[in-house]
Structures are given as structure tokens and as C-alpha cells.
Ligand binder design. Structure first.
Ligand code: BTN
Length: 265
């Protein structure tokens, strides 16, 4: 990834918000590096990207397969004056931004899976790991984003869930700088808007992009499973599900399509 080419594609907002952009050949994890820098006192917004990660991290303690140039691996850090209360909603806003950032530069039918997976044809294309750090001036959020670009067979073997990559869905060669800048520009715009107006304005945006709305799903929360029909998200970004016991509002867990029909009574 060429830093000059990347920064030229930044929106004026991104230029003014990012005081540093660093691109590594290899790093353990761009999120871990971002957190180390915040701990070390780095202030302002910044972006860390890498061509490969030796210890890429996913949600729920999973690893994120990060072979050289097989994906976009980046962490955008934005400072917040106050603590962001609703991290759940912010992570959904980030998913909308990543979805739209990818889709606006490489049009393809993409959808979202709660809370923040980007899917193409029922397969995972990109994921987001949000982490928070306290700073002297308030707090900072690390938006860690991984987009599969061109997964070699050896990487695909390591991923135990249905997955896809940009090279399988786009009609032209992927330019890392174009993709990265588009994601950054959308993220900054959406996060700023979220800070001004909250999640309510994003609720419909989420629900029209939601892959499983109106469908039977199973939510896994640790060892527990809950079955129901997804009603999409509410004003707080929680998932609303019609279960046999009534409406349930879910704030964490992982969705899977349900193979078991809902019991009718
Ligand atoms: C998920 O599990 O869906 C989230 C995956 C997030 C992966 C990205 S790659 C760049 C950044 N650095 C990390 O270690 N993880 C995130």
C-alpha cells in the first residue's frame, strides 16, 4: 500500500482528523499497535495499516487470518471527548460505514450480519473489532477492520466459517489504497454523524442492509442458544427477536441462520 496515494484519496474530513498514517509490512496486530500507541500517550486520530499480521485478532477471542496482501488490515483510531456509552450502536454504525465504503468503490451486493459482519452472498467478506482505550483527554476507539481481498488456498483452509473475498465479487482488480480510503472516509463521516444525532437515524440504514431480518435465526451466547425470528435492530442497536416465549432484546451474541423451524402454538 502506497501511503502517498492513500492520503491523496482521503476526504477533507479525514485529512483534518488524522495526524498520522503508518503502514507496516508486518506487525502482530494493527489493533494491538494502536492500543500500545494510545497507552504510550499518542493523541489525535491516526491510522495504522499492515500488509500482513502475525497475530491478527477477531471478535470473541478468535484469530484473524492475515497473510501477506491477502486482505486489508487496518485500525482507525478516533478520540472522543467523553466516554462513548453505547459502544454496541457505534459498532453497528461502523459496520454500515464499512459496508458502504466497500460498496461505493467496488459495487457488489453486500449485506450485514449483526453485530458487525459484512457479507457477500451469505459469506463473510469483512469483520470489525472495536476496542476502547482511556486517554488523558477522554477516550479513544480503535476501529479494527479486516477485509478479505484475495485469499490463497492456504489462508482459506485456516478459516473455519463460510468466507469470500473481494477478488471473487468485484469486476476489477482491487487497489488497496482505494478501498482503504473509501472505508476511512465513510467511517469518519458516519461516526461524526452518530456523535451528533445518535443511533436512531442509522436504525433503518442497518435494517435495510440486514441479511437476516424477517428470517429464523439462532443466536449463540456462550453455551446458550436462542431461536427466533429476527426483527432487525432497535433504537439502541440491540437485536430484536420474536421467540416462542415472546419478544427478546439481545445485546450480545452471534447470529446463525436457523435450520430449525420455529415452533407454532
Ligand atoms: C471479526 O472477528 O470479525 C473482526 C475481525 C477484525 C480483524 C481486523 S484486521 C485489522 C485489525 N487488527 C486486528 O488484529 N484485528 C482487526
Amino acid at each position: 500500500m502506497d501511503k502517498q496515494k492513500l492520503t491523496k484519496l482521503f476526504s477533507p474530513d479525514a485529512v483534518s482528523r488524522l495526524s498520522e498514517v503508518e503502514i507496516y509490512q508486518n506487525i502482530d496486530s494493527t489493533n494491538s499497535e494502536a492500543l500500545r500507541r494510545l497507552k504510550g500517550g499518542q493523541v489525535g486520530g491516526f491510522l495504522i495499516a499492515a500488509r500482513s499480521q502475525s497475530a491478527g485478532r477477531g471478535r470473541r477471542g478468535r484469530n484473524w487470518v492475515s497473510q501477506l496482501d491477502a486482505g486489508l488490515y487496518m485500525s482507525l483510531v478516533l478520540p472522543f471527548a467523553e466516554t462513548v456509552e453505547n459502544l454496541q450502536a457505534l459498532s453497528l454504525v461502523a459496520a454500515i460505514a464499512v459496508h458502504d465504503g466497500i460498496g461505493s468503490s467496488y459495487p457488489a451486493p453486500l449485506q450485514l450480519k449483526w453485530p458487525n459482519d459484512i457479507l457477500a452472498g451469505n459469506r463473510k467478506l469483512a469483520g470489525i473489532l472495536l476496542e476502547r482505550s482511556k486517554t488523558e483527554t477522554g477516550s479513544a476507539i480503535v476501529f479494527g477492520i479486516g477485509v478479505n481481498i484475495k485469499l490463497p488456498a492456504s489462508a482459506q483452509k485456516e478459516i473455519d466459517r463460510p468466507h469470500t473475498d473481494m477478488s471473487s465479487i468485484a469486476d476489477r482488480e482491487i487497489e488497496f489504497e482505494v478501498l482503504c480510503a473509501s472505508v476511512v472516509n465513510h467511517l469518519i463521516r458516519c461516526v461524526d454523524r452518530f456523535c451528533q444525532v445518535g443511533f436512531a437515524e442509522f436504525k433503518d440504514s442497518w435494517n435495510i442492509r440486514d441479511r437476516y431480518i424477517g428470517e429464523d435465526i439462532v443466536i449463540e451466547m456462550g453455551n446458550e442458544q436462542r431461536f427466533g425470528k429476527s426483527h432487525g435492530v432497535n433504537d439502541d442497536g440491540c437485536l430484536v427477536m420474536q421467540s416462542p416465549e415472546g419478544i427478546k432484546v439481545i445485546s450480545n451474541g452471534e447470529i446463525f441462520p436457523s435450520l430449525r423451524p420455529l415452533q407454532q402454538d
